[in-house]
Ligand binder design. Structure first.
Ligand SMILES: [Cu+2]
Length: 797
C-alpha cells in the first residue's frame, strides 16, 4: 500500500486530480463535487424559503422562483444525492470485494468528468440570454419544447442532462462488471457485503431506468433543434413524455435511496454488535422485488392524465406492493436494533434517524399510492413533505451516517465525536421543523411563488423557513468536522468501530486468499493481514477521460447555442464550440485507442478465483454485454415512442409511397451480409490468419460504408426531390430520427473497424489476442438486429 501511494504522491497535485484514474481519488472527487452541488441547490432552497416565509412576499418574482424550484430539484437529485452515493461506491466497493480498482479505471474517470461538466452546463444555463429552464425537474413536454421554453438556456440545460445520462450509463457498466468480475477468491454471492450489494442493485436500476430518460431527452432535443414533432400536443406528446420520464423517474427514487440503505445496513450490525436480522430476506426483497417492481409503478405519477380506470387501479396495486419489500427492510433494521448493545456514536445516530425519517415518509407515501387520495393530494405541499422525507431526508441522513462511518478509513484520522453529535441533534430537529409543517399544508399547491394572507398558510410556512435556515446553518458543524478529520488532529486505529467487513482489514488491497479466511464476509476485524499490493496501473494517469468529456460537452454546447440563431443547427454562435468540441473529441478517442494499441494503459488483472457467474466471460466482454443491454433499452424506448405516436396518428403514408421498398431491401441485404463477413473475420483472427482477417474486415467495412452511402442517396432524394424532411409531420420526424440514430451506430462501427485494420497491420492481433475482433462482432450484430426491427417499421408497414 505504502509503495503504491508513494508513487502517487510524486505526481504534481494538479496532474494527479485532473488525470487520475484511481478509484479512491475519483471517490474523493465525487464526494467534493457533490457537496459543491449541494451548496448550489441549498442556496436555491434558501432563496425559496425566504420568499415563502411570509404571504405576499416580493423577494423573488414568479420566473425567478420557477427557475429556482427547477434547478433545486434537478441538482439535488441528480448532481448531489445520487453522486454522493457513487462517491462511496467508488471508494469503498473495491475494498469490500478485495479488488485493487474498478474494472475500467479510465471509464470511471470519464464518468466523473461527464458528471462534473454536465452539472456545470446546467448551472451555466441560468446565465444564458433568456434564462434557464423553469418548467420543473420533470421537464414536462411540450412545456420544455422550443415553442414554450425557447432560447439557448433550456437547450444547454437539457444537453447537460444528456451528458449526465451518458455518465451514468458508463458508470453502471463499470460497477456491474466490477462487482460481478473482480471479487476476490472466496467471495461468492452470499459473502458480498451489504453496501456492495446495494450498490449493485442501484447500478442495475440505473442501467434499467436511465436509457428511457436518455431516449426522451434525445427526442426532445431533436424537437428543439431539428424541428421534429415527437412531443407535439396534437399527437399525444404530453403523455409520451410522461411515460418515458416516469419510467425513469420513479426508479430514480430508489437509485437515490438504496446506497444510503446499503450504508445503514453496514452500520446497524457494527454498532449493535450482532449480525443483521434477516439478511437474506433483505437481499431478496431489494434484489427481486424492488428492482423489477420499481419500473412497474411509474403510472402512479399519471393518475390525473386521463389514463383508463383499470390502469389506475393496477398501478395503485403495484405501488402498494412495492412498499412490502421496504417493510421487510425496515422491520429487519428495527429488529437488528433490539437485543444488541447499542453504541450511540454519530454514524449510528444518523443511521437510526434515517430509518425514522424513512418510516414517516414511507407511511405518507402509502396514502399517495391510492389514486383516489392522490387526486386530492397531488401537487400540494403534502407531496413535497412526503418526498423530502422519503427521498431527501432518509438519503441525506443515511449518507451522513456513511460519511462519519467511513471517514476514519478515508482520512486515517477521527472526526470530533462531540461536534458530530451536535451536527446530528441540530440537523434532526431542524429537518423536522422544516418539513413536518408541510404535511399540514396539504391544501397549499406546490410550486406557487406566493400566496395570500387570507389562506392562513403564513405561520406554518414561517416555521418551515426557520427550520430550513437552521438546517443549513447546522451543516457548518459537518464541514468543520470534515476538516478536523482531513487535517488529522485526532488519531484513530485502523478499525475504530470493530467492524467485520473486509474494507476495515488493515492493508488496502486484499491479497488472494485473504477473504477465504473471512467466511461469510465476516472475519475478525483484528486480522493481522498486510498486503503489499501489486497495483501497478496506479502509476498511470490518463488525460483522455477529461479530454473526451470536455470535447463532448463543447460539441453539445455548440449545438445548444446554435438554436439561438434562426433555429438552424449549423449557423450561429455555436459553431466555434461545436467544431472545437469535435476536434477535441476526435483527439481524445484516437488517443485512447492509440494508448490501447501500444499498451500504454494496461490494467493488469490479477487472476481471480471468484468469477461466478462470469467465469467464462472476459472482463471487457461482460462490459460490452452490459452496455448493449442499455442500448437495447434506449432503442426499445425510442421504437415504443414511434409506435406510440404512430398509433395516435390518423393518417400514415402507405408502404412504398415514400420509401422505396426495393432500395430498402437491397440495403438490408448489404448490412446483413456484413454480419457474415464480420464472422469470417473473427474466424480468420482465431486461426491467426492475418491476411484473411484483413480481407474479411475490409469487406465488412466496404459493406457498412455502402449501407451508409445508400442511406445518404435515399436521404438526398427524399429531401430534395420529394420534399420529405424531418419537418414533414410525424412520418418524417420519426424516420429521420430513428434511421439517423441507427446510421450513427453504423458509423461508430466503421470507426472501430478502422482501428482493427490499423491494429492488424501492426501485427498486434494474434491467435492469442484477438478479443477486439470478437467484441466488434458482438456490437456489429447488435447494430444489424436493430436494423431488422427498423426496416419493416418504416419500409413495409
Ligand atoms: Cu413514483
Amino acid at each position: 500500500m505504502q509503495q503504491v501511494e508513494a508513487v502517487y504522491q510524486k505526481r504534481s497535485w494538479l496532474k494527479r486530480w485532473l488525470f487520475t484514474t484511481y478509484h479512491k481519488d475519483i471517490g474523493v472527487l465525487y464526494f467534493v463535487t457533490s457537496l459543491y452541488f449541494a451548496f448550489v441547490a441549498g442556496l436555491l432552497a434558501a432563496l425559496m424559503r425566504v420568499q415563502l416565509s411570509a404571504p405576499g412576499n416580493t423577494f423573488l418574482g414568479p420566473t425567478e422562483f420557477n427557475s429556482a424550484v427547477t434547478a433545486h430539484g434537478l441538482i439535488m437529485i441528480l448532481w448531489f444525492l445520487s453522486p454522493l452515493g457513487v462517491a462511496f461506491a467508488n471508494y469503498i466497493v473495491p475494498m469490500q470485494i478485495g479488488a485493487d480498482d474498478l474494472a475500467f479505471p479510465r471509464l470511471n474517470a470519464l464518468s466523473y468528468w461527464l458528471f462534473l461538466i454536465s452539472g456545470m452546463m446546467l448551472v451555466m444555463s441560468f446565465f444564458m440570454p433568456g434564462g434557464g429552464f423553469g418548467g420543473g425537474w420533470t421537464t414536462y413536454a411540450p412545456l420544455s419544447t422550443a415553442q414554450y421554453s425557447p432560447g439557448p438556456g433550456p437547450s444547454l440545460a437539457f444537453m447537460g442532462f444528456i451528458l449526465l445520462c451518458v455518465s451514468i450509463t458508463v458508470g453502471s457498466v463499470n460497477f456491474i462488471t466490477t462487482i460481478l468480475w473482480k471479487r476476490a477468491p472466496g467471495m461468492g454471492f452470499r459473502e458480498i457485503p451489504m453496501f456492495t450489494w446495494f450498490t449493485f442493485f442501484t447500478q442495475v436500476l440505473m442501467l434499467m431506468a436511465f436509457p428511457s430518460l436518455l431516449a426522451a431527452l434525445l427526442l426532445l432535443m431533436s424537437d428543439r433543434l431539428l424541428g421534429t414533432q415527437f412531443f407535439a400536443a396534437s399527437s399525444g406528446g404530453a403523455l409520451l413524455w410522461d411515460n418515458l420520464f416516469w419510467f425513469f423517474g420513479h426508479p430514480e427514487v430508489y437509485v437515490v435511496l438504496l446506497p444510503a440503505f446499503g450504508a445503514i445496513l453496514e452500520i446497524l450490525p457494527t454498532f449493535t454488535g450482532r449480525p443483521l436480522a434477516a439478511r437474506t430476506a433483505i437481499l431478496v426483497a431489494a434484489g427481486f422485488l424492488v428492482v423489477p417492481l420499481s419500473v412497474y409503478v411509474f403510472a402512479h405519477h399519471e393518475f390525473v392524465t386521463g389514463i383508463p380506470l383499470a390502469l389506475r387501479e393496477g398501478f395503485t396495486i403495484t405501488t402498494f406492493a412495492i412498499s412490502v419489500p421496504f417493510d421487510v427492510m425496515v422491520l429487519s433494521m428495527i429488529h437488528s436494533l433490539t437485543g444488541g448493545r447499542i453504541k450511540l456514536k454519530t454514524p449510528m445516530l444518523f443511521a437510526i434517524a434515517a430509518v425514522i425519517i424513512f418510516i414517516i415518509g414511507g407511511i405518507t407515501g402509502v396514502f399517495l399510492a391510492s389514486f383516489v387520495l392522490d387526486i386530492n393530494l397531488r401537487g400540494t405541499y403534502f407531496v413535497v413533505a412526503h418526498f423530502h422525507y422519503v427521498m431527501a431526508g432518509a438519503t441525506i441522513f443515511g449518507l451522513f451516517a456513511a460519511t462519519y462511518y467511513w471517514l476514519p478509513k478515508m482520512t486515517n484520522h477521527m472526526y470530533s465525536e462531540r461536534l458530530g453529535k451536535l451536527h446530528f441533534i441540530t440537523s434532526f430537529i431542524s429537518f423536522n421543523v422544516l418539513y413536518f409543517p408541510m404535511f399540514l399544508l396539504y391544501e397549499m399547491p406546490r410550486r406557487i411563488y406566493t400566496y395570500q394572507a387570507s389562506t392562513g398558510w403564513g405561520t406554518l410556512n414561517y416555521i418551515a423557513s426557520i427550520g430550513g435556515f437552521v438546517f443549513i446553518a447546522s451543516q457548518v458543524f459537518f464541514l468543520v468536522n470534515l476538516l478536523i478529520a482531513v487535517r488529522g488532529k485526532i488519531p484513530t486505529t485502523p478499525n475504530p468501530w470493530h467492524a467485520i467487513t473486509p474494507e476495515w482489514v488493515p492493508g488496502v488491497f486484499a491479497p488472494a486468499g485473504l477473504l477465504k479466511s473471512m467466511p461469510n464476509g465476516v472475519g475478525n476485524g483484528n486480522a493481522e493481514i498486510h498486503s503489499e499490493g501489486t497495483a501497478a496501473h496506479h502509476q498511470h494517469l490518463s488525460q483522455r477521460p477529461l479530454a473526451l468529456a470536455s470535447g463532448a460537452a463543447l460539441t453539445l454546447t455548440g449545438l445548444a447555442l446554435s438554436s439561438w440563431n434562426l433555429g438552424l443547427p449549423f449557423l450561429g454562435i455555436g459553431n466555434p464550440f461545436f467544431f472545437a468540441g469535435l476536434a477535441l473529441l476526435a483527439w481524445a478517442v484516437i488517443g485512447w485507442a492509440h494508448d490501447d494499441m501500444i499498451g500504454k494503459f494496461k490494467v493488469p488483472d490479477e487472476e481471480r478465483g471468484e468469477r461466478w457467474p462470469s467465469i467464462s466471460f472476459p472482463k471487457v466482454k461482460l462490459g460490452i454485454w452490459t452496455f448493449l443491454a442499455s442500448e437495447v433499452l434506449v432503442f426499445g424506448s425510442i421504437l415504443s415512442s414511434y409506435l406510440y405516436v404512430r398509433a395516435y396518428s390518423t393518417a400514415w403514408p402507405a408502404p412504398g409511397s415514400i420509401h422505396s421498398i426495393t432500395i430498402g431491401t437491397i440495403n438490408t441485404v448489404v448490412l446483413l451480409s456484413s454480419s457474415l463477413t464480420a464472422l469470417l473475420a473473427l474466424r480468420a483472427a482465431r486461426s491467426g490468419d492475418r491476411r484473411g482477417l484483413l480481407a474479411w474486415i475490409g469487406l465488412t467495412f466496404a459493406l457498412g460504408s455502402t449501407f451508409l452511402a445508400v442511406k445518404g442517396f435515399e436521404w438526398y432524394d427524399l429531401i430534395y426531390n420529394l420534399g420529405f424532411t424531418p419537418h414533414s409531420g410525424l412520418p418524417g420526424t420519426t424516420y429521420f430520427f430513428i434511421v439517423g440514430l441507427h446510421g450513427a451506430h453504423v458509423f461508430a462501427g466503421l470507426m472501430v473497424m478502422l482501428y482493427i485494420i490499423r491494429k492488424a497491420f501492426a501485427g498486434k492481433i494474434t491467435k492469442e489476442n484477438h478479443q477486439v475482433v470478437e467484441l466488434f462482432g458482438l456490437y456489429w450484430s447488435f447494430v444489424d438486429i436493430v436494423w431488422i426491427f427498423i426496416f419493416p417499421l418504416f419500409y413495409l408497414m
